[in-house]
Design a protein around this ligand. Structure first.
Ligand code: 4AD
Length: 450
């Protein structure tokens, strides 16, 4: 077990100490050996040298006490150490236990002059973003990475408990699911081109996926619920605070579904259970939940009756921009907000036509959240073959999507699904302003560091 893990374990289980650098827990019988971590602070005093050492397993650091005679020149902020000693009850009230070190070996030095992070200084996220190779050593980013990992586990657990099948949808694909042309085309190296320089790896152009939805819809023809959770790519030329060229999306498809309410229930449940898990596992980080539902038409009315001047148009039929989404969330009490029934023309070919409504809308829903705007987008899928055929033909896509029409021909079921941007979810829960600060290696227009 790790060093801080052991410390926490000790606190929780009130383990007995032994004298030989180890401890045995009489509750769970685990046997732990003290070992290694990174120095977070160094305080030389008259008789003793006090260090705080952290191993990345939590925000907590273990206090290490060594003799002041120890040469501490190399024990600087950020250096990597291996320690042996005994875990004892601490005389101070600040911690229950501390490690009395017999020996401290510096296994990796860290020159404090060159190291971009300084002891006891709180660096802004924008500053630490400049060091993608070192930012995991800061409290803020190591905390984010633990939360990402917990949220990933919670999402998998949610779908497993609900009986969804996880499908590994492909990263390389020949479709542009969203039809927006925001595709990264995959080129083969010159070695794999023919004499005229043509690519011949796949006989059709291949792209990095913009969404696994269409592949999930294939599987929705055989399973009640399917999901995928993987990297997604969009060649959007945007420097905004909520767009990445590579992001992780959780997508689900639910068969035998005919109502947006059913979809919203899963979207809300997923959001709620993942957040509850985070609150439980990482209590210091999060707090929220409530919801509202309005239609797109109501949203437009709210925007048009506001005295606020928006940069983008708010006529019926215009897409909601981030400024509109953020305003709507604020207007509705700063809680998560569902917006339903968007204009048909704004939605991709697969969205179900709400034929019975006076204004031409699609059965589509977005979940907007505070500080971020759109976090999830979903729709019921058009399951009526004739309507789908017409729409694909109008878009000139009928030849390419013959296979998609087959899904409606053979044992089709009413279904719907949604996608949740994982980074936007983390932005929302953690209140992080810029999406680049919730992903280990951000890729965006004009930036592909490391
Ligand atoms: O609304 P979008 O484009 O929907 C789809 O891709 C559907 N095919 C999903 C489905 O129904 N299976 O994207 C879904 C979510 C958005 O709500 C947003 O959270 C996130 O993906 N997203 C992005 N996140 C970061 N950077 C970008 N460039 C993003 N584009 C979309």
């Amino acid at each position: 077990m790790c060093l801080t893990g052991q410390y926490i374990h000790f606190q929780v289980h009130k383990c007995a100490l032994s004298s030989n650098n180890s401890m045995v827990c009489f509750h769970c019988n685990s046997y732990c050996k003290l070992d290694s971590g990174w120095v977070r602070s160094v305080r030389p005093q008259k008789e003793n040298l006090f260090l705080h050492v952290n191993d990345g397993s939590s925000l907590q650091s273990l206090q290490v006490v060594a003799s002041s005679e120890l040469n501490h020149r190399l024990l600087t902020f950020g250096s990597a150490v291996e320690i042996s000693g005994s875990l004892v009850t601490s005389p101070s009230r600040k911690q229950e236990v501390e490690l009395q070190a017999d020996q401290i070996d510096v296994v990796g030095e860290c020159n404090p002059v060159d190291f971009p992070f300084k002891i006891k200084k709180k660096h802004g996220l924008e500053y630490i973003r400049q060091f993608p190779h070192l930012r995991c050593r800061t409290n803020a980013f190591s905390s984010l990475l633990r939360i990402r990992s917990e949220a990933t586990a919670a999402i998998q657990q949610y779908f497993k408990e609900k009986g969804f099948i996880q499908v590994h949808t492909p990263v390389l694909t020949s479709n542009d699911c969203e039809g927006a042309g925001e595709l990264f085309q995959v080129e083969v190296s010159s070695k794999n081109q023919d004499e005229e320089g043509h690519q011949h790896f796949f006989s059709v152009p291949a792209y990095l996926t913009v969404s696994g939805q269409l592949h999930l819809e294939v599987m929705a023809g055989a399973f009640p619920g399917v999901y995928t959770f993987g990297p997604t790519f969009r060649a959007e030329n945007s420097q905004s605070r909520r767009h990445l060229a590579e992001f992780y999306m959780v997508e689900a498809e639910i068969s035998f579904t005919q109502s947006l309410e059913d979809l919203m229930k899963v979207m809300e449940d997923l959001f709620r259970s993942t957040t509850e898990h985070l609150l439980d596992q990482c209590p210091e980080d999060v707090a929220l939940y409530h919801k509202h539902v309005i239609t797109y038409t109501e949203a437009i009315n709210i925007l048009n009756s506001s005295s606020k001047k928006f940069a983008f148009k708010t006529d019926w039929g215009c897409d909601l921009q981030t400024e509109h989404e953020k305003y709507l969330v604020k207007h509705c009490g700063d809680f998560p907000l569902f917006v339903t029934d968007y204009p048909y023309a704004l939605k991709p070919f697969y969205a179900r036509d709400n034929q019975d409504q006076p204004l031409h809308t699609a059965a589509a829903v977005d979940l907007l959240v505070p500080g971020v705007g759109e976090m999830c987008g979903g729709s019921l899928r058009e399951d009526r073959l004739d309507l789908l055929k017409t729409r694909l033909a109008q878009a000139g896509l009928d030849e390419a999507y013959g296979w998609y029409l087959d899904l409606r021909r053979f044992g089709s079921v009413p279904h719907g699904g949604f996608g949740m941007g994982f980074e936007r979810y983390l932005q929302c829960v953690l209140g992080v302003d810029n999406i680049k600060d919730v992903i280990p290696f951000p890729r965006y227009s004009r930036s592909c560091l490391l």
